[in-house]
Structures are given as structure tokens and as C-alpha cells.
Design a protein around this ligand. Structure first.
Ligand code: ZN
Ligand code: ZN
Length: 181
């Protein structure tokens, strides 16, 4: 039983209004330009999902978020890159890496006058925790089990195995309710 990658943006709706992709604020533009100069090894590009690609050294940010959230996201993904986050052996290691990335993102942010609030960080990590909790639930009998390998869970109670997606860092996304089959 594969858990497909039906993930949905779980960021709180209350934060900010949407802006068209091609209308980044001047501040955001400047911020991205400055980062591109300071970190020439990285490519900064726009996309639907914020993420870090170790293969192409690319940081993707979502231009429809508020300028503040864009800055937080870019710094976070940059931190993954600087920490050379590539693979993780399991969900709990992923969570640890998420924490480390936020820690470094906050530090870099200071140089750019960006203060990433502790509540934002905890909120993001909580979303991850929820997501991981959800992944660890047996689709047949709802027992919560430990992960068996990077992409596999096996229920000790009923023997069901299921796969989870891995291999990429996604920012707080959460499996939708009906994605568990
Ligand atoms: Zn991350
Ligand atoms: Zn089970």
C-alpha cells in the first residue's frame, strides 16, 4: 500500500495575501539578489513548492507567499544546502535535519535583518511531527509503528507494510486525509 505524494500546503491561511508569481516585492527581489551574490554556488528559482535540491544546488521558493514567508523559506532551504543535507535514513533523522536547518536559517537571517520567530519555527516543526506521526500509522489497523527503512513501514500488529515518500526535503506539507489508502 503506497502512500502517494499527495501533499498539500499546510501553512496557516491567515498569513498574508497572495501575490501573482511575477510580482515579487522590491524587498524580496533585493533580498534574493543579495543572496545570489553572497551564495553564488546556489541557484534561486521560483516554484510551487519550497524545496532544496542537492542535485542541482537549487533553492526553490514559492513567490505567492508573503514577503516575510518567502524570506523565511529561502533561508531555510539555503540552510539545508549549506548543511549539505542530502539523504536521511529515516523520518526521525529528517526531523532532526529540519531543526538544524531552522537553527542555521535564523543565524543567517540576522545578517540580512530577517528575524525568524521561534513560533514560526515551532509551527513548522510541529507540522512535520504531525506529518511523520501520520506516516507511521498502519493503514489497516491504525497502530503506530516504528519505521523499518527509509521508505518502508511495517506493522508489528497486523503485518501490513506501506511505503512513504523520501529523498527530498519538503517544507511543511502534510498528507491529505484521503491520501492514506
Ligand atoms: Zn526543511
Ligand atoms: Zn496494522
Amino acid at each position: 500500500m503506497a502512500i502517494t505524494k499527495k501533499i498539500t500546503d499546510a501553512l496557516p491561511k491567515k498569513i498574508g495575501s497572495k501575490v501573482p508569481a511575477d510580482r515579487l516585492s522590491a524587498t524580496t527581489k533585493k533580498f534574493i539578489e543579495r543572496l545570489s551574490r553572497d551564495y553564488p554556488d546556489f541557484t534561486f528559482s521560483r516554484g510551487k513548492q519550497e524545496h532544496w535540491s542537492p542535485k542541482t544546488n537549487t533553492i526553490t521558493f514559492n513567490p505567492t507567499l508573503t514577503p516575510e514567508l518567502i524570506r523565511f523559506g529561502v533561508l531555510h532551504e539555503l540552510a539545508h544546502g549549506l548543511l549539505k543535507h542530502k539523504n536521511y535514513s529515516g523520518d526521525f533523522e529528517l526531523l532532526k535535519m529540519e531543526g538544524e536547518a531552522w537553527h542555521l536559517a535564523s543565524k543567517i537571517g540576522l545578517k540580512y535583518g530577517v528575524t525568524i520567530g521561534e513560533d514560526h519555527i515551532q509551527n513548522c516543526l510541529d507540522t512535520y511531527r504531525d506529518w511523520l506521526h501520520h506516516r507511521s500509522e498502519c493503514p489497516s489497523c491504525s497502530t503506530h509503528v516504528l519505521q523499518q527503512s527509509t521508505s518502508t513501514y511495517r506493522c508489528y500488529n497486523c503485518g501490513t507494510t506501506w511505503k512513504v515518500s523520501s529523498g527530498r526535503f519538503v517544507r511543511p506539507y502534510r498528507l491529505t486525509k484521503n491520501s492514506k489508502q
